[in-house]
Design a protein. Sequence first.
Length: 275
Amino acid sequence: MPRTNPSYHIAKPVIAMHESASVSDALELMNEKKISCLLLHNDKEKIVGILTERDVIRKLIPLEVEDKFERQVGLIATREVYFADIDRLHESVVRLHFEKKIRHFPVLRGNVATLENVVGMVTVTDIIRHYLNSEFKESAPAKRKDPNLRPLSVICKQPDQIGFYQAQFAKAKFDVTRVSDPAKFFRENTGGDIPLIFDFDGYSQKDLSNLIVQAKKYSGHLIMTVSDPGIVNLFRRYLDKQRQTIALKPLDTDYLTWLLTTKWRQLESSTTNKV
């Protein structure tokens, strides 16, 4: 599979102008857009050059002619343009930077270097900025969790489903996390210390059957949630009501919170006292 580094910022849209435009117009456009380079195209919108700040410093400033700002920008631009492949962005950027010593990478989709195929621009400055930003985030002190938060794990098919449960149970002081590997969770939590929510929706019949077998054996508090009323009626009769329930969506989170924080704990205390 081609590797694309999603952390690379691709500036869009790409800024370009006709190769016959004046140097003055090009500099004005770069200043207006606050960019360090722009592409040049011909009448057929084929990319025929790139003007960078380095071109301005090395070629324009030393030029001792009165009308240098009125000359065509194509005269001072770099004519050989190297493109980064959108499907292999990371590899092509690294290779071009070290082999060609360039700092600006027009990102191309396909093999035809026309204006419509240029996706955007990546620059060394952007790469450094994103790298430093990620380093800063990783080195920043982790945000301390509220010591009063109670753990609550959720098995759900889609990662974006976890946001719903986090929002619903936040007011009850639960630290809600998604179980990405159910088999590992059941293997590592045989004591049942962490209450568990199992969202049936989205699973295939085969995967669901295997997970249900493991979930029903879980010794901790278990809430199963589902959108199908038929499944609720089917499972309800087989549950251990002292630690398990199945709930139909939309959920009555106040009731489920009461089960987790009060009812089931009272039943456990009662059973312990009897023993």
